[in-house]
Design a protein around this ligand. Sequence first.
Ligand SMILES: [Zn+2]
Length: 250
Amino acid sequence: MKKTTTGSVMLTALSSHRTHCYAWVTEKNEAPFFCKECLKEVILRKGSVRIHHFAHKSPVTCQYGLGETDVHHKAKKGIFEALKTNPNCSYCELEKKINNAIPDVYAVIKKVPVAIEIQRSNITVQDVCDRTLAHHKNGLSVIWVIPSIDQLKIFREDNQDVSRVPKWLECLHALAYGRVYVWSGNGEAIIPIHFDRFTRYVPSKEFYNSYGEYVEVGGYDRTLKDRKIVLPAPELVSIGTDFCSLSHLA
Ligand SMILES: [Zn+2]
């Protein structure tokens, strides 16, 4: 996977009139812009490689937007734009500050307020816990979305798709009752993925030990704890349309 630089960047900022500016429909001559979190001035970047975004000026002291890569922004913008047109979704906003937390996408889906969090490149178990708890305290359900299947670092072993599931991913899997959601690359469609035990057959062996006793070992499946089988669901699910079936997860 191509390595993308991660700074302290965001898709939206405040104008000097405190209105909401989306980077992709804002022009540089509308400056200045301000970070929603620290209220310091941020710069609009409209390059040709990454999705247009705002960035903190250095030295960066604000944590907001850290670890947001281009793939993170693509997922966030894709989900936001799709939900805005979904009739089940009565309200949708990007990077909306709710008390002390800023979910990537905030949506009211079938009257349920939901925080959609896109996994950041620098995510830790502590981040997952802190952000989930902060949203729950604000009365929001939470759906975590992994922006790209590349994040699972899948490899083939014993003719199966396998991943060395890191702790943060295990944590998301547990929070969603045994699955994680990966952005499909298109709109609000996500791929549910279950991680299953990876086992390897230990062949049976029979022999006599040094005491002359007959010993039989093996003949069972051993679980390898450092890897899991990656099992994607056969069908994609839509955040806005299938939310009832997702909501028990949060
Ligand atoms: Zn800031």
